[in-house]
Write a protein that binds this ligand. Structure first.
Ligand code: F0G
Length: 453
């Protein structure tokens, strides 16, 4: 390996600056760990010279949908006026990310007593998760800053996405994942895209801590969501959503919370859209966590959002098995700014919600299903009112964690766990595979039996 490049990420910004979220210190460059040089807190990207006109932006974004240029075909770079600027569009490492569907969930709406329920399905991105929207921007700026290596700690999706974008951009990638704690689907993606993949004998929080040390002594560019370029890309989820809704904000947007980068990015986008006049009011942005990985819930309830309450994380929704979320302060800020809620849901509630989404022909991974499970609670609590519109952000594709789905339908998911008896309630939703003799008679009998249920 060579030495650390002199030009730290974004050292020659044309249009943006880094701002510390705690002390407000502004700088033109960022250290390798993306922490404030004065107080050590996280950085965000700000655009002091923005003079955008909302109407012009909407027109430009709409017109780009007719273009065949790679940068316009990307559902992220199409919104480039609200991203750090590139000298030219060819610099972007893109896999045509974004452009994800907004689905109606009529059955889930009926079951949960809301008039209209929509799902913004980020699992339809090129590598199957929302990470691609942030990765196209951050990987592009890694290459632009002269780095040869990129690295991340991951519960699986970040590593899959990073490995793909690195490969497309001619960069090498290093993945740190907790051994035995991520799904094979995600691990196999990183392998196929050529990452150097290390399974560390620790959890996600241990992997992230190590990465933070590594980037200070090796010339690798970190692509976790601590990297503020990631969050700029992930903002476009909200821009695209509002465009799909003809710029009429829903009453609620509900998102899963793990390391809390995505909720922070969506919240930043909502506030920027409001400030630019793209929307006239803010949706309430709510974050849902698994009960076994509920650091933000506890931080808000037990410490008034003032100091992080870390937890030892445990959940079958492995994507959000995180006990020490890096972006907790950013997330607490956007929850406060949009008057959103923060809730936790049980393992059984997650499994039930995942099955309900799957039964609509949509499907998602367990971490995404916390949004529907959380909605049930927010309706019961009266936080989501009858007649209010709701958008769930589905963060990952169903195929990301087939083991969870198979164990659920076979009835093995909660076997031997303390949730075993509570899980009986899920039996009606299970559709286990049926092994039969290869005869017409056997299949017809099965069909007749199924018709009765
Ligand atoms: N949903 C999925 C499918 C995820 O993969 C993640 C995070 C989240 C939700 C939570 O998002 O961290 O921005 O609050 N996955 C990371 C990873 C940590 O390494 O893939 P967050």
């Amino acid at each position: 390996m060579t030495t650390v490049p002199n030009s730290a990420p974004g050292v020659r910004p044309t249009d943006f600056r880094f701002r510390c979220i705690a002390c407000g210190n502004l700088s033109d460059d960022a250290s390798q760990n993306f922490r404030c040089g004065s107080c050590g807190d996280l950085l965000e990207i700000t655009y002091p010279q923005w003079k955008e006109n909302a109407g012009d932006l909407k027109t430009a974004w709409r017109q780009r949908r007719l273009s065949q240029a790679a940068i316009d075909l990307s559902g992220v770079w199409r919104f480039r006026e609200l991203l750090p600027a590139l000298e030219n569009g060819d610099q972007a490492i893109t896999l045509r990310e974004g452009n994800t569907p907004l689905y109606e969930l009529p059955q889930c709406a009926r079951i949960n007593g809301v008039p209209r329920l929509l799902a913004k399905h980020q699992g339809m991105n090129p590598t199957g998760s929302f990470k691609d929207a942030g990765m196209t921007v951050a990987a592009t700026f890694a290459r632009r800053a002269g780095f040869r290596w990129v690295a991340c700690a991951s519960t699986g999706n970040t590593s899959a996405s990073m490995a793909a974008y690195a490969a497309r951009g001619g960069l090498r990638s290093l993945v740190l994942v907790p051994e035995g704690k991520i799904s094979w689907s995600k691990l196999s993606q990183a392998l196929d895209y050529g990452a150097v993949t290390c399974q560390l004998r620790t959890d996600f929080d241990g992997c992230l801590k190590l990465l933070q040390e590594l980037v200070l002594c090796a010339p690798v560019y970190q692509l976790n969501s601590i990297n503020p370029f990631r969050l700029e890309g992930q903002k476009t989820l909200a821009l695209e959503l509002l465009e799909q809704l003809a710029w009429q904000p829903p009453d609620h947007i509900i998102v899963p919370g793990g390391n809390l980068g995505n909720s922070s990015a969506i919240g930043k986008a909502l506030l920027e859209m409001r400030d630019l006049g793209l929307i006239s009011r803010l949706p309430k942005l709510s974050v849902i966590q698994a009960e076994g990985a509920n650091a933000l819930v506890r931080t808000l309830r037990e410490a008034g959002g003032k100091k992080l309450v870390s937890v030892h994380a445990e959940t079958r929704a492995t994507a959000i098995r995180i006990g020490n979320p890096a972006s907790w302060k950013k997330a607490a800020h956007v929850l406060d700014a949009t008057s959103g809620a923060c809730e936790q849901v049980t393992e059984v509630e997650i499994a039930q919600a995942k099955a309900e989404i799957g039964a609509e022909g949509i499907g998602c991974e367990p971490a995404s299903a916390v949004t529907l499970a959380g909605l049930k609670k927010l309706v019961q609590q009266g936080f989501v009112k009858p007649q209010e519109s709701v958008v769930l952000v589905l963060t990952g594709n169903l195929l990301k964690d087939p083991d969870f789905t198979m164990e659920f339908h076979r009835g093995d998911l909660f076997k031997g766990s303390r949730d075993e008896s509570a899980a009986y309630a899920l039996n009606a939703q299970r559709r286990p595979p049926i092994v039969l003799d290869a005869t017409l008679d056997a299949v017809i009998k099965t069909l007749e039996q199924a018709e009765k249920t």
